[in-house]
Design a protein around this ligand. Structure first.
Ligand code: NAD
Length: 352
């Protein structure tokens, strides 16, 4: 029987396919815009400059200082460039960091956004903006944060290094895993979550064999869209709380932290929601936690938090932060069980 649910579709335009970056100009025009400011990290500046050249008169230039966790001082610098150039939209070319800068500009200015993702983080389809100021990360939600157009062009992910492809894919899979037991899940979010997990189950091992496998690249980016969409649609729980704690307070790298924690948090929650997580066991084998652990080990993902520079002593403080103001979670949490979960993830022990 289908239980009662609330469903809200996204207003964003999704454009998917190899070579679709070439349609960026026509999407800028469809938005009624003529002066796009292109955004990138320093690392992807050359790609942004090249796109700017292709856009010709539709581009007012490139701002290439996007950085992890959207520092407010960089956004303010970008806002000055928006003013001086008279930009009427932004085009973010890159991963979650660049998308974050585009969202931060849209939040402050109301400018429409075109996002061209080059990782699997999924930020481009959520109305969530995380930004940092004075060492503190805050999160805002708002309709004007959600990008208007997302162009998924798998060709742009062909150069995403294999290690980042793997951790970024597991980061996306974590959105889908938590969506399966979200309190506000609905039949469509669960379908998308499962389809996203299946896309990564197919594509990540294929990318290990050949990182330039075009079919696998398209599959992975399709999975990223699905997993990002459910991240934006339903609430996240313990897994995301722990990863935000580790990233926010201990500066552990975003995608790697998600990759390591995923089998442990899913293993922990299986006791409370075995039925909701059974599809993960069906896909990955054995139990949901061990299935994901073995899958990530087989594709060469990092396995232990200690390898990210976290010390054993940090685990006590991480436990305290993770259990204060907890997100809703299907299994009740307490200090002892979270400390144990973190210890196992720190050591890289195979979960139950
Ligand atoms: P990232 O955007 O920080 O990228 C990491 C590095 O890889 C950068 O130097 C980038 O330029 C480079 N890179 C990206 N794509 C590449 C490619 N195809 N080839 C070569 N190099 C490439 O990493 P990320 O994991 O995509 O994003 C992490 C950030 O996104 C975090 O700040 C996180 O909080 C945020 N995020 C936000 C949401 C949300 O909904 N608000 C969701 C997911 C992630």
């Amino acid at each position: 029987m289908v239980s009662a649910f609330t469903y809200r579709g996204s207003a964003a335009h999704i454009v998917f396919g190899a070579g679709k970056k070439a349609e960026t100009g026509s999407w800028i025009e469809k938005l009624g815009c003529t002066k796009a400011l292109l955004l990138s990290t320093p690392h992807q500046e050359a790609d942004a400059e090249s796109l700017s050249g292709q856009l010709g008169g539709l581009s007012v230039g490139v701002f290439s200082k996007a950085a992890m966790h959207t520092p407010v001082d960089i956004t303010e610098e970008a806002m000055e460039v928006v003013k001086t150039t008279g930009a009427d939209c932004v085009v973010a070319l890159g991963g979650g960091s660049t998308t974050g800068l585009g969202k931060a500009i849209a939040y402050r200015s109301g400018l429409p956004q075109v996002v061209i993702p080059t990782t699997y983080a999924g930020s481009e389809v959520t109305s969530i903006l995380g930004q940092t100021e004075g060492g503190r990360k805050t999160t805002i939600r708002g309709d004007n944060i959600l990008p208007e157009v997302v162009i998924y062009d798998p060709d742009l992910t062909l150069g995403l290094p294999l290690g980042m492809s793997i951790t970024s894919g597991l980061n996306a899979m974590a959105h889908a895993a938590e969506a399966l037991y979200a309190q506000d899940r609905n039949p469509v979010s669960s379908l998308m979550a499962l389809e996203g997990l299946a896309a990564f189950k197919r594509s990540l091992p294929a990318l290990v064999v050949d990182p330039s496998d075009a079919t696998a690249r398209a599959d992975a980016l399709y999975g990223a869209w699905l997993c990002g969409t459910v991240l934006g649609a339903v609430g996240m729980a313990l897994h995301h709380k722990i990863c935000h704690t580790l990233g926010g307070s201990f500066d552990t790298p975003h995608a790697q932290t998600h990759a390591i924690m995923l089998p442990h948090t899913v293993g922990f929650n299986t006791a409370a929601v075995p039925g909701e997580l059974k599809p993960i066991a069906d896909l990955f084998g054995t139990t949901p936690g061990t299935g994901l652990f073995d899958f990530s080990k087989d594709i060469g993902a990092p396995q232990a938090l200690k390898d990210l520079g976290l010390t054993e002593a940090d685990l006590d403080r991480a436990t305290e932060i993770a259990i204060e103001n907890p997100y809703w979670n299907p299994r009740p949490i307490d200090r002892v069980s979270i400390r144990k979960l973190l210890q196992n993830a720190w050591e890289g022990t195979r979960p139950a």
